[in-house]
Design a protein. Structure first.
Lengths: 331, 331
């Protein structure tokens, strides 16, 4: 095989300046060394994105780098954690220095923007895949967990749902649509904004959250399973963007109502679904307002089991697929 | 694609009992939560093993699982850290439940044996690859780092070198050899023993170590680069096993002396190379004796630069390849 030095990629492309005081030793030794602040808990999440499964193979290296970090940040947000450090395991089919430069530049910018310092990594040869482990810090007792929903809790969702899934559908089908629809949907697909700041502040009011990566129905289902509760949600309350609505109310696109299956199960939203008692909801709503973040109440937690989705006539809506099936499991 | 539940592999095969008190929340939420002990530093390492590159495709799932953890443990040992937690990102070509059962059983046993609790993971579809991030704990000031070698230091190596590389060579060439040679070499290839306990105690005497994964020449070279020193080592001091020597002194195997290139650059040894001042070496030697671990002095650090390898006549030995080139970089 080729000369070792040529493949010293993490050191060559990814060694960041050491700007975090809690990083004692960064990239370049057998291990990184960290001095975490006393009394804080650590939150950790690991996700692998595989080309052709988690993103179209044509996706730009800058977007792939952004998303590989955003996915981990979204998990940190769902716990209410403050981003701190990350590691990168990168599998590449070959050494393409243009690709690596774009990827590493976007990776460095995104991690710096969120105060996440890269502390270690590994590069190997194979089909393109990116594994990022993101680590964060939080105060004991202030984590939002899936198992904390209680009967009577209100259910809220940030942002809008279904845009990323519509973006993927538009990309794959090459449908011609208004530029503003395409722009929004591709931005939500390739550049989802993790709700870190909102989540950090929200954790003071709310103890139950999940990030929506597999679709609202599947991810709210994880909350219900972990909390042993049921829920009712309403189609006409689900937040959809003006652009998604515009797409689906154009007769050229085949139907005159929103594709609720895509909204509920398309996945890749990276918004938060949260539940909390009614008396705490005003604080959450005003927090979202103060951050100009859209926050929508979509239903209520109940005491039986299962997820009931009701249409505008309050009749059950049957979803024949509970999530976007990408052979993926985030532990 | 198939039903999501079918692919919930980390939860199905890998959810361990929670036996470590510092694990607040293990596998199953958006993040794992840890409460690390106050005042300790964290050591982290990430390694990807790819089938056909880092291990032969025929390797048993139990051996692959063992090795994927041992490689990370060896990095923790090289820093002097105590093992604590790990995450697993597993890429599988398909769902083979026999394979998964053997892999996960060996993974669970190995991690428990070293008190490393699995706290999270992700599974994706693709060519077989295993990324493990291993995390450990250490006292501030007691880490062994590559940059701490000083001119005059003695250089020591644990165990014996070259056995794993000979094992791989025997496997690939299907050479017929004595069973005892094959047994030792395959055991060193598939079941390297990370020098955790020795390293934890050695860190009190020694501040510079690296684990030998790419071959002694390359890895000692990393110490010299990081410490801006030189070194002289002697072929006739390098520790080789009785079995390796027996293989190479058998005229049927083509030569009558040890293949020093394989010993110096074959890689996959997972032994430790350490440097320390002469006055501290007696403590290290008696520590190794007390643990019945072979520890060999192989040379001395100097004040110029580069690695000088000398043969039995104290003439330079020229190594035309500095490491085992597996397109791999451990950051």
């Amino acid at each position: 095989m080729a000369d070792k030095a040529e493949f010293d990629l993490i050191k060559e492309y990814f060694t960041p300046e050491n700007w975090r005081k809690d990083v004692v030793l960064g990239v370049g030794d057998d291990c990184a060394l960290l001095a975490p602040p006393t009394g804080q808990q650590l939150a950790l999440t690991v996700d692998t994105l595989v080309a052709g499964i988690h993103f179209p193979v044509e996706t730009s290296p800058a977007d792939i780098a952004y998303k590989s970090i955003a996915v981990g940040l979204s998990d940190l947000a769902a716990m209410g954690a403050e981003p701190a450090w990350l590691t990168l395991a990168l599998t590449l089919p070959d050494i393409n220095s243009d690709w690596l430069q774009s990827f590493s530049k976007s990776f460095a910018k995104t991690s710096k923007d969120y105060d996440l310092q890269l502390i270690g990594g590994d590069t190997t040869q194979g089909p393109l895949a990116i594994t990022v482990q993101a680590m964060g810090l939080l105060e004991p007792g202030l984590s939002m967990q899936r198992g904390n929903a209680k009967p009577g809790d209100l259910i809220y969702v940030t942002g809008s749902l279904g845009d990323a899934a519509l973006g993927l559908k538009l990309l794959l089908s090459n449908t011609s649509v208004d530029q503003e629809i395409l722009d929004l949907c591709l931005s939500k697909l390739n550049r989802p904004v993790p709700r870190i700041n909102f989540a950090r502040a929200a954790a003071k009011h709310c103890s139950c959250a999940i990030d929506i990566s597999d679709g609202l129905a599947a991810d709210l289902g994880h909350i219900l399973d972990a909390s042993q509760c049921s829920a009712e949600i309403y189609l006409d309350k689900l937040p959809v963007s003006r652009q998604l609505e515009k797409y689906y109310t154009n007769p050229d696109h085949g139907k005159l109502e929103v594709d609720w299956k895509l909204v509920l199960a398309g996945g890749d939203d990276y918004e938060l679904c949260m539940t909390l008692p009614e008396e705490q909801s005003a604080a959450l709503v005003s927090l979202a307002e103060s951050m100009a973040l859209s926050l929508t109440r979509i239903g209520r937690v109940g005491s039986t089991n299962g997820l009931q989705i009701l249409d505008e006539n309050r009749q059950p809506f049957i979803l024949d697929k509970s999530g976007y099936e990408h052979f993926d499991n985030n532990g």
